[in-house]
Design a protein around this ligand. Sequence first.
Ligand code: HEC
Ligand code: HEC
Ligand code: HEC
Ligand code: HEC
Length: 160
Amino acid sequence: MPPQITRLVYLTLAIVAVYFLARGFLVPASFGQYGWYRGNALKEIAALPIRYAGRAACAECHEEAAERLAKGSHQGLSCEACHGPGAAHAEDPAEAAPKPENSRFCLRCHEFNLSRPAKFPQVEADDHFPDQKCAECHAPHSPMQAPEDASKRNAKPVKK
Ligand code: HEC
Ligand code: HEC
Ligand code: HEC
Ligand code: HEC
């Protein structure tokens, strides 16, 4: 056999050997335990602190808000979709209550965007009372209604 072929065979074997050696070091131990991913990832994710309590938990103490929400067009939303994570407060109400972070956060869902379904209620933020808080005219838990608290109402509420 010509010597260059022998060398090529050795070289190929060496590459394959290095591959398996490196793989042994680099692949995490739990890889493949359940499938094509790291089995330990499940344990790590499960160990993360729980941040959301869920709508049912909020409703246990805030019946009025929950009932109102269930009747209006926001009935499909979770409390925490607007309020933000509230597990710590639900566990111990003395902990700060989760509150929507700014007065126009509603635009996260309602700002006009061509990629949204056309029948989804949307507004052009710059034309829809840009200097005011959404909650001055829309009761957040029942958005086509004016806020119950008159002091929070604008002169031109949606519906009295
Ligand atoms: C174990 C009972 C309990 C649970 C569960 C609970 N809360 Fe509360 N929450 C309270 C109490 C008590 C207060 C303070 C008194 C008040 O203003 O109603 C409060 C206050 C609040 C406030 C402030 C009210 C205000 O007028 O400033 C908000 C907002 C709120 N909670 C939202 C939530 C949300 C969202 C959840 C679910 C993630 C939740 N709460 C779960 C008992 C609870
Ligand atoms: C569409 C967003 C949205 C959803 C969904 C929502 N909230 Fe609110 N919530 C608000 C905003 C905004 C305020 C503050 C209103 C204000 O300042 O006038 C508020 C105020 C509150 C308050 C203070 C008292 C009051 O009624 O004004 C409580 C308590 C509360 N929410 C609980 C809940 C609970 C419980 C749920 C789920 C059943 C829920 N919210 C769902 C946006 C929301
Ligand atoms: C997490 C997304 C989300 C947030 C945040 C949110 N909404 Fe909505 N909103 C919805 C959905 C979903 C509907 C129901 C749309 C439908 O019926 O097709 C809706 C409906 C509405 C409607 C139309 C009601 C009707 O009957 O035509 C108004 C007005 C409205 N929201 C105002 C608000 C205001 C004001 C806020 C902030 C306090 C807010 N929304 C925050 C998702 C959201
Ligand atoms: C000065 C009062 C006022 C303020 C502030 C206000 N709105 Fe409105 N909004 C209205 C009125 C009135 C209507 C009903 C208009 C109509 O029927 O044509 C309306 C309608 C809507 C609708 C329904 C549109 C549709 O096509 O069904 C959405 C969504 C909405 N507003 C979201 C918001 C959001 C988000 C904010 C804050 C960024 C906000 N609004 C601030 C008065 C207000």
